[in-house]
Design a protein around this ligand. Structure first.
Ligand SMILES: [Zn+2]
Length: 60
């Protein structure tokens, strides 16, 4: 999973799994919830779950 931040905000999420390729960009609108579940813990770590293939990813 690839996460791109700009100014502290997520602007691009890309699931890099060969058989998936699910992708969201800020240009599509600010709501990624159709494609990914993304939550930030109190310690600042993001948990991203791809809704297409179900893989999860922890940032940081
Ligand atoms: Zn995926």
């Amino acid at each position: 999973m690839q996460l791109v931040f700009k100014g502290g905000k997520i602007v691009h999420i890309h699931c890099k799994s060969e058989d998936c390729g699910n992708e969201w960009k800020i240009e599509e609108g600010s709501d990624w919830s159709q494609k990914f579940d993304a939550k930030q813990s109190q310690s600042g770590i993001w948990t991203i779950i791809c809704k297409k293939c179900g893989r999860s990813y922890l940032s940081g």
